[in-house]
Design a protein around this ligand. Structure first.
Ligand code: NAD
Length: 265
């Protein structure tokens, strides 16, 4: 049976580990060939090697326009075209607004917002040539709500949603769709520096309030798989009517509220 991304070529940023790695593996499972772009060269090379001929590793710092140009050129040279760009790479800084250093704020905007902007600019012509291009941005639940401790991160991720909507209008003419996935769960590596010693960073992911009774029994890896499945759907021709939209993968935690004592609780 043909895979859901059979014949597609994708570039996934930040795919040396975590969510991006899960996305890259899922894409290859579904028949895609994938370029794995990251600043972590050795882990990226290992992920690519484990995927055989269907993958290649690229040194890609998403804040560098030169790296972006070289990454798109290398992907097209190796695999013949580019159908899908996944802007997944990002960094985190957790601090109260009043304690957030301006350079940390700027760094998050550079990686999490300017990175995808530069990627869209660099990839747009190749995606247009492919005919049915797709850009999928990995946002966050912090792009859908206000929460303490994430001033820089939320600003970058809300900005990314806005950028995606403009890109959806402008690139849609050339047949490219642009959507944003807003997960609750992510890699433990990203939040580990902020989790107290002795607490498993994966335990704090994707649990929220128990709106879905089975969610607490599921493995962290299964929740990352849910994120990858949403990215897969938006990257594939199964979602040709979807553009300019945000897709939460959060067990309902940003939209729902169970009021104890009220009917139906
Ligand atoms: N970890 C979470 O709790 C969480 C929750 C919701 C959404 N997300 C989002 O999921 C996405 C993936 O993050 P993750 O959770 O897998 O974290 P992660 O830290 O494991 O992965 C991020 C990857 O991006 C790479 N990266 C960082 N800066 C880069 C740069 N300048 N250029 C290229 N690559 C760079 C890192 O090397 C790493 O491989 C991010 O967009 C993140 O914001 C994470």
């Amino acid at each position: 049976m043909a895979g859901r991304l059979e014949g597609k070529v994708a570039l996934v940023t930040g795919a040396a580990r975590g969510t991006g790695e899960v996305i890259a593996r899922r894409f290859v499972d579904e028949g895609a060939r994938v370029a794995i772009g990251d600043v972590l060269d050795e882990p990226a090379a290992q992920v690519a090697a484990s995927l055989g001929d269907a993958a290649m590793a690229l040194h890609l710092d998403v804040t560098s326009p030169e790296d972006w140009r070289a990454a798109v050129d290398a992907t097209v040279a190796r695999f013949g075209k580019l159908d899908v760009l996944v802007n997944n790479a990002a960094v985190l800084h957790l601090a109260a607004l009043e304690d957030t250093p301006p350079d940390a704020f700027e760094r998050l905007l550079r990686v999490n917002l300017m990175g995808p902007f530069l990627g869209m600019q660099a990839a747009a012509p190749a995606l247009r040539d492919a005919g049915r291009g797709a850009i999928v941005n990995v946002g966050s639940v912090d792009a859908l709500q206000g929460k303490n401790g994430v001033a820089a991160y939320a600003a970058s991720k809300w900005g990314l949603r806005g950028l995606a909507k403009v890109a959806a209008v402008e690139l849609g003419r050339g047949g490219t769709r642009v959507n944003t996935v807003c997960p609750e769960a992510g890699s433990g590596d990203m939040i580990r520096p902020y989790v107290p010693e002795g607490v498993d960073p994966e335990f704090v992911h994707g649990l929220g309030q128990p709106f879905l009774r089975y969610q607490r029994d599921r493995e962290h890896g299964e929740r990352l798989g849910d994120v990858a499945n949403m990215v897969l759907f938006l990257a594939s021709d199964e979602s040709l009517s979807c553009t300019g939209s945000d897709f939460a993968v959060d067990s309902g935690n940003t939209e729902l509220n169970r009021v104890k004592g009220a009917p139906g609780a």
